[in-house]
Design a binder for this molecule. Structure first.
Ligand code: NDP
Length: 502
């Protein structure tokens, strides 16, 4: 298999099918390093024929090998070996992620790679505790329900946290005995390419995980449409999710959709103000502002609003922008030049909607020469006169915070829920009745109270409304990646109805 070199360019990401790197001479795409604007490497695109080959390899591994029937201890040992490989190679994985994504290396090592390792450990432990069901209420019969792997899973991942998000899908699919074809975003293929190699180094049989790289409307669309695919797990934008789900519906294939967000971060006057301020900054500006669960709509109660917003703006102005490989960097470049331009366009047009840009929205002028071609922007904070503003309704997916001031509980809950999305909400208050009410009234799949992004893998994660369909997490993944099988056995021989004797 091709050895992805750490510091040398060019790197080339190709498909991995049946444990071997394949190259059928597909279209070459350049991958740009967002930190410099220069080349990070290339990707050789898998066309529909190559995708079909990957699905066939996964099909064969599922239908013709003992992989789906591996014992739980054997599967646990493999998942833990994968976890160890990720920990051992965390620096290299983080580096490969960084050169295509631009998120600070420190953040990638400390959060993304640890999270990936944790995903495999979590599912190793989960399957050691999983159980079936027994029904014995019908006299003379015992009915048990076991769970079996579904088959070939198509796993389609976005670019904003490739290894952290795809590893959740891989760990769950493998833990429950499925085989897979993984399609990363065309922008960020390198770290997942190495991860797939590490899975094999850890002892994964050939063909169980296959990798195809390429553009969404070419490689991704071919994968979603393949007949041999039994289920689809997708994380990405809401528009793409609709397209893929329509395809899944046509083929009656189950799918989970982890989609976009426009999350409310509500700061009541009863909040621990300093913690709420730190958390508001972290929940919109970490991961370079490119995260589905960003607290992008910040609602502040009028009594504390002026000071809170001015302190937020002062802190946003002090955020250290720079190369993602510098340990002191807090905000790196946006993933692509087109995405940077899209985010800046929101800032440019927002005043037409009555929105006041409080800070940011420009390109930093004092960048070092070696990174001056990168996709950097100053973090944006804006004051919106109401929740109907474009920047309060559309997912910007960048370091763009909007502020709104509220006077009453009903006003803020109504505005918070007034969005097509419903992924997460944040509530800051030390007044328990207010917290209890808000937790009940907010229409989102997750509510974080007095905390930033705290992922509990045992609990379901996913969105209401256009933020998704289905959930990820321990039991939610077990339900998605397995088929229940109901087996009824009489406790003594039965006397069937006798037909056709006369
Ligand atoms: P996209 O929807 O553009 O892409 C997601 C993945 O789907 C990529 O691999 C993409 O490939 C692929 N794809 C694109 N078009 C098709 C198609 N027609 N058929 C099959 N696959 C396709 O999302 P982004 O990558 O831009 O990711 C950002 C979005 O992801 C945001 O909306 C964000 O909120 C959401 N997200 C949701 C999360 C959640 O848990 N709810 C977590 C993280 C992100 P390619 O990139 O090569 O075009």
């Amino acid at each position: 298999m091709h050895d992805a070199k750490m510091n040398d360019t060019p790197l080339t990401a190709r498909s991995v099918i049946g444990g071997t790197e394949v190259s059928h001479g597909g279209h070459m795409l350049d991958i740009v390093n967002p930190a410099t604007g220069g080349p990070a490497g290339t990707l050789q695109e898998a066309d529909a024929a190559e995708v079909a080959e990957a699905v066939r390899a996964a099909r064969t591994a599922f239908d013709k090998t003992d992989w789906p029937r591996w014992s739980v201890p054997r599967r646990q040992a493999l998942l833990l070996a994968i976890r160890d490989k990720i920990v051992e190679h965390a620096d290299k994985l983080a580096h490969l992620e960084c050169i295509a994504l631009g998120v600070p290396l420190k953040e990638l090592k400390a959060r993304h790679m640890l999270r990936a390792a944790e995903n495999f450990r979590f599912f190793a432990e989960y399957i050691g505790q999983a159980r079936g069901d027994l029904y014995d209420q019908t006299p003379g019969y015992r009915t048990i329900v076991t769970r079996e792997p579904v088959g070939v899973a198509a796993l389609i991942a976005p670019w904003n946290a490739p290894v952290a998000l795809a590893s959740m899908k891989l760990a769950a699919a493998l833990a429950f005995g499925n085989t897979c074809v993984l399609k990363p975003s065309e922008q960020t293929p390198f770290a997942l390419h190495l991860l797939v190699r590490l899975l094999h180094d850890a002892g994964l049989p050939d063909g169980v995980v296959n990798l195809v790289n390429g553009r969404g409307d070419v490689t991704g669309a071919a994968l979603a449409a393949q007949d041999g695919v039994d289920l689809i797990s997708f994380t990405g934008g809401t528009t793409t999710g609709r397209t893929i789900m329509a395809e899944a519906g046509r083929r009656l294939v189950p799918c989970t959709m982890e989609l976009g967000g426009k999350s409310a971060n509500i700061v009541f006057a009863s909040a621990d103000r300093d913690r709420a301020l730190d958390a508001a900054l972290a929940s919109i500006y970490s991961n370079n502002g490119q995260q589905c669960l960003a607290g992008s709509r910040i609602f502040v109660e009028r009594a504390i609003a002026d000071d809170f917003i001015s302190d937020f703006v002062a802190r946003a102005r002090s955020i250290r922008i720079g190369s993602p490989t510098d340990d002191s960097t807090e905000l790196g470049p946006l993933a692509t030049a087109a995405h940077r331009d899209r985010v800046l366009e929101f800032a440019r047009t927002a005043p037409q909607d009555g929105v006041e840009i409080l800070t940011g929205g420009g390109v930093p002028g004092d960048l070092r020469d070696d990174i001056s071609g990168g996709h950097y922007i100053e973090p944006i904070a804006a004051f919106a006169p109401g929740n109907a503003s474009v920047v309060c309704q559309q997912e910007i997916f960048g370091p763009f915070a909007t502020f709104q001031i509220f006077d009453s509980y009903n006003q803020v809950i109504s505005a918070a829920n007034n969005t097509e999305f419903g992924l997460v909400s944040y509530v800051w208050s030390d007044h328990l009745p207010t917290v209890e009410r808000a937790v009940r009234d907010l229409r989102s799949g997750v509510v974080w109270v007095n905390t930033t992004m705290t992922r509990e893998l045992r609990a379901p994660f996913g969105g209401f409304k256009s933020s998704g369909v289905g959930r990820e997490g321990g039991e939610a993944c077990e339900r998605f990646y397995t088929e229940p099988k109901t087996v009824t056995v009489p406790s003594s021989p039965i006397t069937p109805r006798r037909m056709g004797l006369s």
